[in-house]
Design a protein around this ligand. Structure first.
Ligand SMILES: *[C@@H]1O[C@H](CO)[C@@H](O)[C@H](O)[C@H]1NC(C)=O
Length: 269
């Protein structure tokens, strides 16, 4: 994990600064001109998600497909070394000819992000749950509005040939989704390898994989004793967090913010 040296040990819980309306960690904004000048090679591939929507999961599936299911090869390095984050680890040795986008339903994504912000010492404290819901709805969390994120990629998906996936589909029918990713990447692996990849990327195996479970970065950054990075990986955990009143308020706002699109999210399986 790379944190630029001038910040190491000084600025945990980096403040957010708005960049074109999107709150981002201050050091990302400081190097934005370099990041936006990045010119991908057509053979590169980008995996894009709102935070906590299935990023690490999809990265592991893609790497296993590229290595024909060889789990040892995929343990050569940590997730963030194998798939550098464009804005965090700039300059990255990565992508954007092909784009795989993963979207997760808003309520589960919110819950997951809340627990992530509790344990992630690089982002502002989430504050009380009730207030976090409001911040999420207004896009005042790192990487901005969930609503804009899922909508912008949705609107672009056909024009740009983006593979638009849903976390809930990956959970419901992982085999089918792994095959879709394989075809999109112009790869072909045997049925046995697909089965193996599905096994290796189950929640339990991802949680116990030291190269994927984010115990490879210092505890001062990710404190798994507050909440593990791989927390539950389920669909519908939001029902354990939202009160009925919060749920209703959220749904009403959601209907307004999502009125211009019809993205088939599901909040239970
Ligand atoms: C990460 O993986 C290691 C190795 O399997 C395991 O011992 C540890 O409990 C996992 N940690 C978390 C926080 O999931």
């Amino acid at each position: 994990y790379v944190v630029t040296s001038d910040l190491t040990g000084i600025a945990w819980r980096f403040p957010l600064i708005e960049m074109q309306g999107v709150p981002l960690r201050n050091y990302i904004v400081q190097k934005w001109s370099n990041i936006s000048a990045f010119c991908p090679d057509p053979s590169d591939m980008l995996i894009a998600t709102y935070p906590k929507a299935g990023t690490t999961w999809t990265q592991e599936i893609v790497d296993l497909l590229l290595h024909n299911g060889d789990e040892e090869a995929c343990k050569r390095a940590s997730t963030s070394d194998r798939f550098p984050f464009l804005e965090i680890q700039y300059p990255p040795p990565i992508p954007s000819g092909k784009v795989i986008y993963v979207a997760r339903n808003a309520k589960d994504n919110l819950v997951s992000y809340y627990h992530f912000d509790r344990m992630n010492q690089a982002q502002p404290q989430p504050g009380p749950w009730e207030e976090y819901i409001q911040k999420f709805m207004r896009g005042k969390v790192a990487w901005g509005s969930w609503y804009d994120h899922v909508k912008d990629y949705w609107k672009e998906r056909e024009k740009r040939n983006i593979l638009y996936l849903f976390f809930e589909d990956l959970k419901k029918d992982p085999r089918r989704e792994v095959e879709r990713i394989m075809r999109y990447m112009d790869l072909s692996v045997t049925d046995d390898v697909i089965d193996k990849i599905v096994q290796l990327t189950s929640f339990k195996n991802m949680r116990d994989n030291p190269m994927a479970n984010y115990t490879f970065i210092p505890k001062i950054m990710f404190d798994h004793s507050i909440s593990p990075f791989m927390r539950r990986g389920e669909v519908g955990d939001w029902t354990n967090h939202f009160t009925p009143a919060q749920s209703q308020m959220f749904d009403e706002d959601y209907a307004r913010q999502m009125a211009d699109v019809d993205i088939p999210f599901c909040t239970s399986i």
